[in-house]
Design a protein around this ligand. Structure first.
Ligand code: SAH
Ligand code: SF4
Length: 354
């Protein structure tokens, strides 16, 4: 019989304390072990101030998850670095490090694949494999810091997967990553992006976290949104925006609406006016992103005059709108693309990548 090992890096300090106390350890061990895990050690052997007896017990009962670098691409245009990471079971996810004037931002994945099936998204097209654990989300940042010799100051949960479809693990990750004795990345430096899982937006509002909630809206009405984002059939725009208003009121935080501009689909002046009407009076900001073409999708980027016109209409209506700078455009920095191409190349070698 195999006994399932404990994911020790997903434990918060209180849980770790309880766990170690049950092993007969003094209280001060918690800080030591927690500190090593947060530093990103891969083995218990590296915990130099921990007695051998305890290390042996930990090896028997626990594992330390780690994000191993499978592939790495560095943009020739800017210093964006894109990774394909693998975990112990061989599943892979993407993550990107971007350099801005205020420091380094990591874009992490929260699931292997995604169930939501958005039509314009490479991850959505690849299907769903499994949720990531809190420690696997954290490990992406740890590996990036170590590989580049940098400190990541900002985190966006905008990689592969839908964070609110992995709610418990994502909240656990948020607790760990913002912990003073860990990476200590404050909530104000974290953005969570969702396609709009309405009940979880209400749950999150109750937590009153100081993170930025990004909502992937991408359409001003149900007709267009349901065509590109199946989740809209479950949670239509009116319900989603009601939850967003509640969230903004409860937390006092401005919501960032993501809007991928798709040529001829959602980028008309009429769409801009309809969107402005919908967001009227809300603590909101609109981020326009020229859609990235992915293989198997017929969507094309909007023309630049469409972007300008859209921004002008939003601003006239009193809603701030910006066009997001695209980084790493030569390395397919939008998530899902590197993993898809890796799956194709390993499949060609006759290996089973799942
Ligand atoms: N599942 C979450 C977070 C991951 S996707 C969500 O959907 O919000 C991160 C962002 O990338 C989302 O705003 C998503 O809509 C956007 N996105 C996905 N594919 C894209 C593409 N081809 N071009 C531009 N943005 C894209
Ligand atoms: Fe999933 Fe987000 Fe991609 Fe939609 S856009 S399929 S929710 S990762």
């Amino acid at each position: 019989m195999t006994i399932e090992k404990t994911d020790i890096k997903s434990m918060n300090q209180a849980e770790l304390q309880q766990f170690l106390e049950q092993m007969g350890q003094p209280r001060f061990r918690t800080g030591q072990v927690f500190g090593w895990l947060q530093k990103g050690v891969k083995t218990f052997d590296e915990m130099t101030n921990i007695p051998t007896g305890l290390k042996e017990k930990l090896v028997e009962s626990c594992y330390i998850s780690h994000a191993a670098i499978e592939k790495k691409l560095i943009s020739a245009y800017d210093s964006t670095v894109k990774y394909l990471f693998s975990f112990a079971d061989g599943e892979t996810v993407e993550s990107v490090v971007m350099q801005y004037h205020h420091g380094y931002t990591s874009c992490v994945s929260t699931q292997v694949g995604c169930k939501m099936g958005c039509d314009f998204c490479a991850t959505g097209k690849s299907g769903f494999r499994r949720n990531l654990t809190a420690s696997e989300i954290l490990s992406q940042i740890q590996t990036e810091q170590a590989d580049n010799g940098i400190r990541i100051s900002n985190v966006v949960l905008m990689g592969m997967g839908e964070p609110l479809d992995n709610y418990d693990n994502v909240l656990r990750f948020l607790e760990l990553v913002s912990c003073e004795n860990g990476l200590n990345i404050g909530m104000r430096h974290i953005s969570l992006s969702t396609c709009g899982i309405v009940p979880r937006i209400y749950d999150l509002a109750e937590r009153k976290l100081q993170l930025t909630l990004s909502v992937s809206l991408h359409a001003p009405n149900d007709e267009i949104r349901s065509r590109t984002m199946p989740v809209n059939k479950r949670y239509p725009i009116a319900e989603l925006l009601k939850a967003c208003r509640y969230y903004a009121e409860k937390t006092g935080r401005r919501i960032s609406f993501e809007y991928a501009m798709i040529d001829g689909v959602n980028d008309s002046d009429a769409c801009a006016r309809e969107l402005a009407g919908r967001l009227h009076g809300m603590l909101a900001h609109v981020n326009l992103i020229p859609v990235n073409s992915v293989s198997g999708s017929h969507y094309r980027k909007s023309r630049s005059d469409r972007l300008k016109s859209f921004v002008a209409i939003m601003e006239k209506a009193g809603i701030t709108a910006t066009v997001r700078r695209t980084l790493g455009s030569d390395i397919n920095a939008s998530c899902g693309q590197l993993r898809s191409s890796a799956a194709v190349s390993t499949a060609a070698k006759g290996e089973n990548t799942g």
